[in-house]
Design a protein around this ligand. Sequence first.
Ligand code: AP5
Length: 214
Amino acid sequence: MIVILLGPPGAGKGTQAERLAKTFGLVQLSTGDMLREEVRGGTDLGKEAKKIMDAGGLVSDAIIIGMISSRIDSLKGKGIILDGFPRTTAQAEALDKMLDDKGLKLDHVIQLKVDEDALVERLGGRFACAKCGAGYHDTFSPTKQDGVCDRCGSTEFSRRSDDNPQTVRSRLVAYREQTAPILPYYEKKGALKAIDGMGEMDEVFRRIRGIVES
Ligand code: AP5
């Protein structure tokens, strides 16, 4: 099964992709995570990507498409959940061609709809364990014990450098101008299913699950 989760920054793509991956045995492919891995590794691509990510722009289609294509090849037909890709019309078209060439089929394109005020609130309170990467939110998903990671017990946490108010504004503009135009692309194909991404994480997951199991 191949599923795309679409939505603006903070819509809950990563949160829900992780749950889908666990529940349905899919592999989560997040282009944002792949780029952050390059940044941490100090590669040339990471250095270039960091400037763009910190400014709230989009990394070039050629880099992203190459990165995803080789990752899909390495999965040898396993089910995939795409989180943060595609993000431009060129990426959506390249994905169609890539899947055709590899003999794979896209099953669901799920759009998470979330009010802009809620997006800003979600991104402003997001943090993660610096050791295992478990994700949290100051208000909506805090650690059970203050300052201690539920998953690995670490007491070190980090916040994403692109979650500051100025960069968040630029990311929302990039979404509106470059990513939202791909919604009609999938609508025309009859593949797009929009769901309400507001409400409790469990409730949003039930809505997504309903589509994936249909
Ligand atoms: P990326 O990492 O993909 O960031 P994004 O799309 O901006 O999405 P986020 O990860 O910020 O949000 P999310 O929707 O995953 O929300 P989350 O579940 O974490 O990309 C970063 C950058 O990399 C881009 O800006 C770009 O520069 C570059 N890039 C990446 N892919 C690219 C591509 N394909 N092409 C070009 N450039 C690319 O949730 C957010 C917070 O809200 C969390 O704290 C969570 O706990 C909380 N939350 C989640 N759901 C709920 C809920 N229902 N109620 C309350 N709180 C909730």
